[in-house]
Design a protein around this ligand. Structure first.
Ligand code: DGJ
Length: 550
């Protein structure tokens, strides 16, 4: 055999080996309006943490892995920056990505990579210097008075082409180094896009586009919040909302170009994250109160119309009030939009929301800034920077981890529910088939506390000084449940076909699932341990509860 044909044969062999080694690519699936992320072909619950913004360098990684371990996370979200991979135009350096993936595999952690490109929290701070300081080629937006502002314009064709080329090179590199192992399971395109202080671009290109008719795809997806023309210009159709909606359409279209090109090379699920607008404020046109054009809840439809290669618009939670968290989850969880929480504050008050989020069917969740770089995210997050910051999340993830795959499957089938203690701290009821589960908070494990004591906080159990309770439940059969939670008391009562029937526990087994998905019990709760409801302390436990009527 000639050398050249030997080489060709070896290449063909290597190609076959790679293809044979490649597991199924991660993807999102939907069923009856619910969703799951499949990793290695199986449902996956992302028990995630996000690293600090500047931890995307090899020297910073040891502090990241240590926190990932303490948080018991199965997934790390971490940036890959345009400035880092293309410091000189057309010259790519993916050495950080190589190091990151090798270390993630050693640590047995999956990755969600965050493409910090044209926009990072709306700013061009992560673009390479050759983009940052060339305003003629990569134009910034103009405000209403025609003045340049900080934010790069989504109408900058050269900017979009350059970002697209870098992103595509990044995705091609990922395919090359990760197709066989699928360490990277999702990619975030840009970060918290939109613009602060100016509602849209008023430059000449944007002005011309603004006068055009609203595209049919947008008309089909997005109704005006107030009566307007059925078709026509943005102003005719959307009235005082036109500027914001036009800007959302421009940014979503820009992101679509990038995501589409990246997925053509390596088709991983992709999402955008959102710096939230207030979810409980009455709907009103933009008034400097959020980043205009970002995927806020009121323009998810525009993103769906303009960016079909983006699977999810995902909320970043930095307002800890329970009514706001719930309102935002209600707005982002939709049959056409899987619930995924890529960021939330890393202070302990957020930990309880994991039960609510995973209970209601989120594909994953991640507190932000869980890494031991010497940096605290207070007041957005925790004052703490060490193990004690990771610990409230770690103990919950430790309880979920052995059943994470089962949980994602149950959630896709609509078997799960969850609650987090509200700021009002009042009991909540989860309605399941044939049974109601009432969850109350600030209880001891035995006996009843007076409502007056609860209200005043007198004699409160340790750990319940501020809201900390949460419960998630999966109904496996008519009378069989898996319960996981903390700082909460549960009482089961018959409902539906079981209403008015006296009932009692058949079994209340504490235990866990093994690697084969079999339940392994450690003990059965009875007597004092079940006489006063099922009382979960600050140490999350998993219970298998079997109810019966007589
Ligand atoms: C939200 C952003 O998406 C993150 O990158 C980070 O800047 C946090 N805010 C603030 O810590």
């Amino acid at each position: 055999m000639k050398n050249s044909s030997l080489l060709a044969a070896l290449c063909a062999l290597a190609l076959t080996a790679t293809q044979a080694g490649a597991g199924p690519i991660p993807r999102l699936v939907s069923k009856d309006g619910r969703h799951a992320l499949l990793v290695d072909g199986k449902p996956y619950t992302m028990l995630g943490v996000q690293a600090h913004n500047s931890s995307n360098y090899p020297g910073a990684l040891p502090e990241v892995w240590a926190a990932v371990k303490d948080a018991q996370a199965n997934t790390l979200e971490i940036p890959v920056a345009w400035e880092q991979v293309e410091p000189a135009e057309g010259k790519f350096d993916f050495s950080f990505v190589d190091t990151l993936l090798a270390q993630a595999r050693q640590n047995k952690v999956r990755l969600v990579l965050l493409w910090f490109g044209t926009w990072k929290n709306t700013s061009p701070q992560y673009v390479p210097a050759w983009v940052k300081f060339n305003d003629a080629r990569f134009p910034r937006m103009r405000d209403r008075d025609g003045k340049r502002i900080y934010c790069l314009s989504p109408h900058g064709e050269e900017t979009m082409k350059a970002d697209k080329r870098a992103f595509t090179a990044f995705m091609a590199h990922l395919k090359k180094i990760d197709e066989a192992q699928r360490t990277v399971i999702m990619v975030q395109v840009e970060n918290e896009v939109g613009t602060y202080g100016t509602v849209r671009d008023f430059g000449p290109k944007a002005e011309a586009a603004f006068r055009q008719a609203v595209p049919p795809a947008v008309l089909a997806h997005k109704k005006s919040p107030q009566p307007g023309a059925a078709s026509g210009s943005w102003s005719e159709v959307y009235g005082p909302y036109a500027d914001e909606y036009f800007h959302a359409y421009a940014i979503a279209g820009y992101i679509e170009e990038i995501a589409k090109a990246g997925r053509a090379v390596y088709d991983l699920p992709m999402y955008v994250n959102n710096a939230l607008r207030d979810p409980v404020e009455p709907m009103a046109p933009w008034k400097q109160n959020f980043s205009s054009g970002g995927p806020t809840f009121d323009v998810i439809d525009i993103y769906k119309a303009a960016a079909p290669h983006i699977d999810i618009a995902a909320p970043d939670h930095y307002a800890p009030e329970s009514n706001k968290v719930t309102a935002t989850l209600d707005l982002f969880q939709r049959p056409d939009n899987a619930l995924f929480v890529p960021e939330m504050g890393n202070s302990a008050v957020y930990a309880r929301y994991i039960y609510q989020m995973l209970g209601r069917g989120a594909i994953g969740v991640a507190p932000f800034g869980v890494d031991y770089a010497d940096y605290s995210n207070y007041p957005l997050g925790s004052k703490l920077k060490d193990k004690s910051m990771a610990e409230p999340f770690g103990k919950i993830y430790a309880a979920f981890r052995p059943m994470a795959q089962l949980w994602a499957g149950w959630s896709l089938e609509g078997r799960t529910a969850g609650v987090a203690e509200t700021d009002a701290r009042t009991p909540q009821t989860m309605a399941l088939k044939g049974w109601n589960i009432t969850v109350s908070f600030r209880e001891w494990q035995l006996g009843e506390r007076s409502e007056a004591d609860k209200a005043s906080g007198k004699d409160a159990p340790p750990g319940t000084e501020s809201p900390s309770g949460g419960v998630a439940v999966a109904q496996l059969g008519d009378n069989e449940f898996i319960v996981v939670g903390q700082y909460a008391r549960l009482r089961f009562g018959g409902a539906g076909a079981n209403a008015d029937q006296p009932s009692m526990y058949g079994r209340v087994e504490e235990g866990q699932f093994d690697a084969q998905g079999r339940w392994v019990m450690t003990r059965n709760w009875n007597g004092d341990q079940a006489d006063h409801g099922l009382n979960l302390t600050g140490k999350p436990v998993v219970l298998r509860v079997v109810m019966g009527t007589y």
